[in-house]
Write a protein that binds this ligand. Structure first.
Ligand code: EPS
Length: 381
């Protein structure tokens, strides 16, 4: 199970190809569209989200509401392409637009131009734009549908925007309520202060980052493995989260806060409650030895502020070598709420992959039999 994406931000559309989807999974466009819409929300988005109304079209892998075991191909059209047909035309044009030569600090612009030998940084920014995350959320919709059929539910919440913070432990508990907030913070009063912080940054022609947490409930123990470094599920989740645009840090459970504690203050003690194994706490975020341990998986991430800002930072015009100011492009002032939804999707993809490694991947009937037999064995132990 895994996926690739294709598509430029202002090109015709965003394409997702998911492979390894078992046959017989019930899958409707609504299962994907729900998260596409959630990703588009969030206080602090720019004008682009008023143009786009992301909806998926299945191009392969689904028939009469069920997957076929063949690759699931999905397309989300960019409505904005109508305004960019000349500038983004796949065919050569007679009067090409002027190249953009003023790289934005913090964006992929400069290193991308150097690496791919471009003299127009539009060739870099079109693909490095976070518009590509639309296609990832489409893949996440498939992964989430698979997981939810086995009782795994994934939520996210924002617990910091700029200097305004909410306790992470409470965000973990209340994450299921985050959809009610425009900034995905479960607390209404803190949400208002986060919105004020975003307004102040936008007024100053600046942008804000923040922190969010993704919580996956209902994962069976033993997804991932300790036997090989590539199999460790925390390493795979970290890579998946850090692949989201603008992510600079990732934590599990108490994360960096664990480093200053004594061992007896951080391990999650094992209890026998009414004949069932249980834990006294979940400070390690549901992962021990590179495997899920049956507790909620708790992954959080730090996002840097968006690098496209109206307050122009210093840069060099690549065509002249002269110092100048970075170019201005329409931008969001805060995308942390959207990033949290993308985080859910990436976590879902990694957990779905580990789930299918454990239980087989051909068809839902055999996977269910393997899953139920494992659950029975653990319950009887
Ligand atoms: C982005 C810049 C903006 C965002 C875009 C990401 O796009 P535009 O330049 O078209 O206004 O809106 O995000 C999306 C389009 C999206 O759907 O999330 C960037 O530079 O990363």
């Amino acid at each position: 199970f895994g996926f690739s994406t294709a598509g430029e931000s202002h090109g015709p559309g965003e394409v997702t190809l998911v492979h390894g989807v078992p046959a017989g999974l019930g899958l409707l466009a609504e299962d994907v569209d729900r998260d596409l819409a959630r990703r588009q929300q969030g206080y602090g988005r720019g004008g682009r989200q008023k143009i786009e109304k992301d909806k998926v079209e299945f191009l392969g892998g689904v028939r009469h509401g069920y997957t076929l075991g063949s690759p699931v191909a999905m397309l989300v059209r960019n409505r904005d392409y109508a305004n960019w047909e000349h500038r983004m035309s796949p065919a050569p044009v007679e009067d090409p637009p002027d190249p953009i030569t003023l790289p934005r600090p913090g964006h992929a612009d400069l290193a991308g131009m150097q690496k791919y030998a471009f003299d127009d940084l539009r060739n870099v920014l079109e693909r490095s734009s976070a518009r590509e995350t639309t296609a990832r959320v489409a893949a996440g919709g498939v992964a989430k549908k698979l997981l939810s059929d086995f009782g795994v539910e994934i939520h996210s919440a924002v617990y910091r925007i700029g200097t305004v913070a909410y306790p992470k432990e409470r965000a973990v508990v209340d994450a299921a309520r985050a959809d009610e907030s425009e900034v995905r913070c479960p607390d209404p009063e803190v949400s208002e202060r986060m919105k004020e912080e975003i307004d102040a940054a936008r007024y100053a022609r600046d942008a804000l980052g923040g922190e969010f947490v993704v919580v996956a409930h209902g994962c069976p123990p033993g997804l991932g493995s300790y036997v090989d470094w590539r199999d460790k599920v925390d390493a795979r989740l970290a890579a998946a989260i850090l692949s989201i645009n603008a992510m600079k840090g990732v934590e599990f459970g108490m994360g960096f806060g664990l480093a200053a504690k004594r061992s007896s203050e951080v391990q999650d003690e094992i209890l026998a409650e009414n004949g069932h194994l249980a834990r006294a706490s979940n400070r390690l975020g549901g992962i021990e030895g590179g495997m899920t341990n049956g507790e909620p998986v708790v992954v959080s991430a730090a996002m840097k502020p968006i690098s496209t800002i109206a307050k122009q930072l210093r840069t060099v015009d690549i065509s002249t070598g002269e110092e100048t100011k970075a170019f201005k492009e329409r931008a969001d002032s805060c995308a942390v709420p959207a990033a949290a939804v993308i985080g859910e999707s990436m976590v879902a993809v990694v957990l779905a992959e580990a789930f299918l490694e454990k239980f087989g991947a051909d068809n839902m009937t055999d996977i269910r039999a393997a899953h139920d037999s494992y659950a029975r064995r653990l319950a009887e132990a």
